[in-house]
Ligand binder design. Structure first.
Ligand code: PMP
Length: 361
């Protein structure tokens, strides 16, 4: 059996080591005579797995002690809605910086609950750049400022954490968490769906400064209350145990490989290869994002026409390079280069791109 290089934007490729370990432990986890997915979340076995995953994630991301780490069922979109319910009073103003598709989604989720102010919007520029900080119109008294650290579809990434003063900065790190060192203390809250860099879909991770959990927020059911989840170590109800277990294996793998510094190095090398192939193609391949904010995780790129694009998609798939079709919102092609994509995968893609150009350019 050969595993293809998988450039899917998410659910995405997982480290082979992790999949093999999960396979080996599937029928009998640690000699208990049952799979971890068959055991109670309140039993000593799973509680151990859960605690280890949290400890390892705290280590991987250098999470300060005054931050709670939550493991929550569901995806990033659910967290986007819960931000308003937990941290803003009804009708209070919240500031959003829109740098692509997911920033717009984040706004859609909170609109029913708060007064959304778009403090900066990259859409008039086609989301090819991040509006400069000097032009942001932040609101005094905002409950928080929200950014999308990496836009998975438009391929735009914040390279530095913006300074937004005393208002807490909230960030969607779904597609770039653990891709490089991160100063968590600069954020009030960080959230991420796991299905890109952290593991399987079905679980999200939230890092939140504990003092923010004291905010009254809005009337909501207890299950939508982050403070309740924090008070019960993310076991307010039955958590997605299988996903949590797999996430733990992925985090452990990242630590074993050298942590976020090592992944930053590999991710820079992969991105340099692919952008190099695009920029060196004499216009055959195009990526219009301003180089200073180009995403290292998701690289959208375009060919001169539709016919070439579909030929690229089918031929690359046949060559063992999976999931290079672009998102339908923008079309074209997209290579997602998450932590589990090896440098050799990016090299194989670049070799294919050059060969394809020679045959079709
Ligand atoms: N934010 C970002 C940056 C994403 O890439 C995605 C999914 N691709 C989402 C939010 C939505 O995540 P989910 O599907 O887990 O709700």
């Amino acid at each position: 059996m050969t595993r293809a290089y998988n450039f899917s934007a998410g659910p995405a490729t997982l480290p082979e080591t992790v999949l093999r370990q999960a396979q080996a432990e599937m029928l009998d986890w640690n000699g208990v005579g049952a799979s971890i997915v068959e055991l109670s979340h309140r039993g000593a076995e799973f509680m151990g797995v859960a605690a280890q995953a949290e400890a390892d994630l705290r280590k991987l991301l250098s999470v300060p002690d005054d931050y709670a780490v939550l493991f929550l069922a569901g995806g990033a979109t659910t967290q986007q809605a819960l931000l308003a319910l937990n941290f803003a009073a009804p009708g209070q103003v919240v500031d959003y910086i829109v740098t692509g598709h997911w920033g717009k989604t984040a706004i859609k989720q909170v609109k029913p609950y708060v007064d959304v102010h778009v403090a900066a919007d990259g859409e008039p520029g086609g989301f090819h750049d991040i509006p400069s900080r000097a032009g942001w119109t932040l609101s005094p008294g905002a409950a928080y400022v929200h950014i999308t650290a990496n836009e998975t579809i438009h391929g735009v990434e914040f390279r530095d954490t913006p300074d937004v003063g005393d208002v807490p900065l909230f960030a969607d790190f779904s597609s770039s968490i653990a891709s490089e060192p991160l100063d968590v203390s600069k954020y009030g809250l960080i959230y991420a769906g796991a299905q890109k860099n952290l593991g399987p879909v079905g679980i999200s991770v939230l890092l939140v400064r504990r003092e923010l959990l004291e905010r009254a927020g809005q009337p909501r059911a207890d299950i939508f209350n982050y403070a309740s989840h924090a008070a019960r170590d993310s076991m307010l109800n039955t958590p997605p145990t299988w996903n949590w277990y797999l996430l733990g294996l992925v985090v452990k793998w990242m630590l074993d490989e050298g942590g976020v510094e090592e992944f930053a190095r590999r991710n820079a090398a992969k991105a340099e290869l692919v952008y190099g192939a695009i920029d060196g193609s004499g216009g055959f391949y195009r990526n219009q994002v301003v180089p200073a904010v180009r995403s290292r995780m998701n690289i959208p790129f375009f060919l001169p026409d539709e016919a070439l694009t579909s030929r690229f998609v089918s031929e690359s798939k046949a060559a063992g390079l999976l999931a290079l079709k672009g998102h339908k919102a923008v079309g074209g092609l997209r290579a997602s280069l998450y932590n589990a994509v090896p440098v050799a995968g990016a090299q194989a893609l670049v070799d294919f791109m050059r060969d394809f150009q020679q045959r079709n350019g």
